[in-house]
Ligand binder design. Structure first.
Ligand code: C2E
Ligand code: CA
Ligand code: CA
Length: 695
């Protein structure tokens, strides 16, 4: 089963609280059954000790010594630990009876439990299991005509089969009670391997018994072959273990994660049938923030150590029974079983974030880690590994983009839901139609605050979907952005805007046109050539066009975006930094980018009249932009209070419902014709809203 790091292995000694009762009863039942089968024989122990022969002593010593160095590897079935004692104790049962075998086995189990630091209940359970197995095997031995000291092949095979069945089934039921899930896979999974390794040891029993009777010292000849078998099983088990292991961190790898998810899916079905409210499980995906920087700046060796440290912290934050895996690179995953719902998954994610919040100190250098966590729940967000993984990834990117540490999957943030895919398909179709379906551009005036003069417009998309009705531009961009349709869309928007400029010019109206472009549009220089060609074709001056970008556009690939922006500037097309004050708002951007304008985000403008902090921010941006020689536009001017405050703060341009809503081109022309511009002399008194009301 899945490999777990050392930090998690202790959970094998623990039973989830809600199962402790059932589990305790089970341990009691096994122990009681063991006692029932063997108690009568156990009274003969003093007799056995009195008549112990050299052969018995030798086999007892070898059995106990064998279990003092059991082969154990992390894994759910660490019964696949080989306990070599059983070949000797089985032989002892054949030659000296049940009491002798149980006595020696009991001591061997005790020694092994001490060595492996098993909890007391576990030692008791193991003892009960062995005793029960011997009790049943002894019964079968006699049934099949075996007499102590004289056992035929069929009796030996029958007794060994009974022994194995009792031991194997009691273990499987214990695992099932502890972990939940379906019983059958737990039974079938490791059956072949276990039957083979345990069977081999048991079948040595009659041989050893035979030797011990006549030539006890020949038993010693078996030590070397047994050691060889032991060595081989270690190697095989190690290999099996390694195949599920991420060698750098010692965590589980992707393969083990897949297996764990599969077993959790099986577990869900079982729990759901039982009406268990904790039947869900969560797949958490963590991507370490800024790992690439560390790797680039400090080298792979430090990067590796950082990953190991992150893995340790994750394993520390995980609950008992959760599986932590590294998927490669700086991506980690966690399977959190037995959840009631998303809140519990979030809680766990918060615990993980907390564990990652303290810097990792490497070579005396404190490194801030932190990460973004995406959560997908079974069965709510997917019913197989692939879908859960993809949805956890979508959530992780949402967490990254949203600036929150954690996000639970939601179809809203997923660009690939059927609804979005069909919207995207519709958009693509419409862009290919001569009339562009219901796609249109509206234009919102930008007004000089001190004079009221309209100096430009911003082009804003409007889409009247034939069946869905109006689709908001935000939704539209969200759908288009991750796909190649975005470039088609921008290309159309720019062309439409340039054509409109040419029309207005022909009508004697000279305005500046601002067009929004998205991240994706700036990743190649193609947009520069397109714009250049359009400006020429429609004979529009480059100064009349301006592109609005947001800072997020710069984050994805600053070098290429900067190159594109520089070429646009050389062409004479202005660049405005949109939504300034939100997101990253780096002052570096203001200084380094070829900007001509900054647009104060409307959230500040909307609330500045009531919120002193926002007013301070607006004033500071205006001052800062002025100092850097940038034009500043305030968005979201909804009323005359805002207008007045902006005027007092020395803001150059304003845009908002106070002046006009975005309008279709013909209405804009009407609006321009009807709107009496206030005389500069009357300022700073505000124009009456009536004069300015929108159409
Ligand atoms: P944005 O670039 O920040 O555009 C300004 C938004 O503010 C517009 O929303 C506009 O209608 C709204 N607005 C204008 N005045 C006021 C006001 O006084 N109060 C309030 N509350 N809002 C006001 P809209 O048209 O819904 O567009 C939303 C966003 O969609 C835009 O935000 C822009 O990011 C994007 N978008 C619109 N058209 C395009 C386009 O052609 N291409 C790209 N890439 N994005 C576009
Ligand atoms: Ca804009
Ligand atoms: Ca904006």
């Amino acid at each position: 089963m899945a490999a777990t790091p050392l930090a998690q292995q202790t959970h094998r000694n623990r039973i989830p609280a809600e199962r402790r009762r059932t589990f305790g009863l089970y341990v009691l039942a096994v122990t009681a059954a063991a006692a029932a089968f063997t108690l009568r024989d156990l009274t003969t122990v003093p007799d056995v000790l009195r008549h112990a022969t050299f052969g018995l002593w030798l086999m007892a010593v070898l059995a106990i010594a064998g279990d003092a160095l059991p082969v154990t590897l992390p894994g759910r079935w660490n019964t696949s630990a080989i306990y070599p004692s059983i070949c000797f104790t089985f032989a002892i049962m054949i030659d000296y009876g049940l009491a002798a075998a149980v006595l020696v086995q009991g001591i061997a189990v005790g020694v092994a439990s001490l060595r492996l630091r098993h909890a007391l209940w576990r030692a008791v359970f193991n003892l009960g299991q062995y005793t029960l197995a011997f009790g049943i095997a002894y019964g079968v031995l006699h049934l099949l005509g075996g007499v102590t000291g004289d056992v035929g092949l069929s009796a030996a095979v029958g007794a060994a089969t009974a022994w194995f069945t009792a031991k194997y089934l009691t273990t499987a039921v214990a695992l099932w009670l502890r972990d939940g899930g379906a019983l059958l896979p737990i039974i079938i999974g490791p059956l072949t391997n276990e039957a083979l390794s345990t069977g081999a040891l048991l079948m040595l029993g009659p041989v050893i018994a035979f030797l011990a009777r006549d030539e006890p010292e020949l038993v010693l000849a078996l030590i070397l072959p047994l050691l060889a078998v032991r060595r081989l099983s270690i190697i095989t088990a190690e290999q099996r273990h390694l195949a599920n292991l991420d060698t750098l961190t010692g965590l589980a790898n992707r393969k083990a994660l897949m297996a764990e998810v599969a077993s959790a899916v099986a577990g869900h079905a079982q729990r759901a049938v039982q009406g268990d409210p904790r039947s869900r499980f969560g797949l958490l995906l963590l991507d370490v923030d800024r790992f690439k920087h560390v790797n680039d700046a400090l080298g792979h060796e430090v990067g590796d150590r950082l990953l190991i440290a992150v893995g340790d912290r994750l394993a520390g934050a995980a609950r008992d029974g959760d599986l932590v895996a590294r998927l490669g690179g700086d991506e980690f995953a966690l399977v959190a079983k037995r959840l009631t719902g998303p809140d519990e998954a979030r809680e766990l994610a918060e615990k993980i974030e907390q564990a990652l919040s303290a810097p990792v100190v490497l070579d005396g250098l404190p490194l801030d880690v932190g990460g973004s966590i995406g959560i997908a729940l079974y069965p709510d967000h997917g019913t197989n590994f692939a879908i859960l993984m993809r949805h956890a990834e979508v959530a992780m990117y949402a967490a990254k983009n949203g600036g929150d540490g954690t996000a639970v999957y939601s179809a809203d943030t997923d660009h690939n839901t059927p609804q979005r895919l069909s919207l995207l398909a519709d958009l693509r179709t419409m862009l290919g139609m001569p009339d562009r379906g219901g796609l249109r551009l509206f234009y919102q005036p930008q007004v000089e605050i001190s004079t009221g003069e309209v100096v430009g417009v911003e082009a804003l998309l409007r889409w009247q979907h034939p069946t869905r009705g109006p689709v908001s531009p935000e939704e539209l961009i969200r759908v288009a952005e991750p796909s190649s349709v975005m470039r088609l869309l921008t290309r159309w928007v720019v062309e439409e805007a340039v054509i409109q400029l040419a029309k207005w010019s022909a009508a004697g109206l000279r305005l500046r046109m601002a067009v929004n472009v998205s991240v994706r549009d700036l990743h190649t220089g193609a947009i520069v050539e397109q714009i250049e060609e359009l400006l020429q074709r429609y004979d529009v001056a480059p100064e009349q066009l301006q592109l609005e970008i947001t800072e997020s556009a710069l984050m994805a690939d600053p070098h290429r975006v900067l190159a594109t922006l520089t070429r646009l500037q050389l062409l004479g097309v202005g660049i405005a930094l949109d939504d300034f004050g939100t997101g990253y708002s780096s002052l570096q951007h203001l200084r380094r980018l070829p900007l001509s304008e900054v647009k104060i985000d409307r959230s500040f403008v909307l609330s500045m009249a009531d919120d002193g902090d926002d007013l301070v921010i607006v004033r500071s941006i205006i001052e800062l932009a002025g100092a850097l020689g940038l034009r500043v536009v305030a968005e979201g001017v909804e009323d005359d209070r805002a207008w007045r405050l902006l005027h007092a703060a020395g803001c150059e341009l304003g845009q908002g419902w106070f002046f006009a809503r975005p309008l279709p081109p013909d209405e804009l022309a009407d609006w321009l014709a009807r709107t009496a511009l206030p005389a500069p002399a009357r300022l700073p008194a505000p124009p009456t809203p009536r004069t300015w009301s929108q159409v």
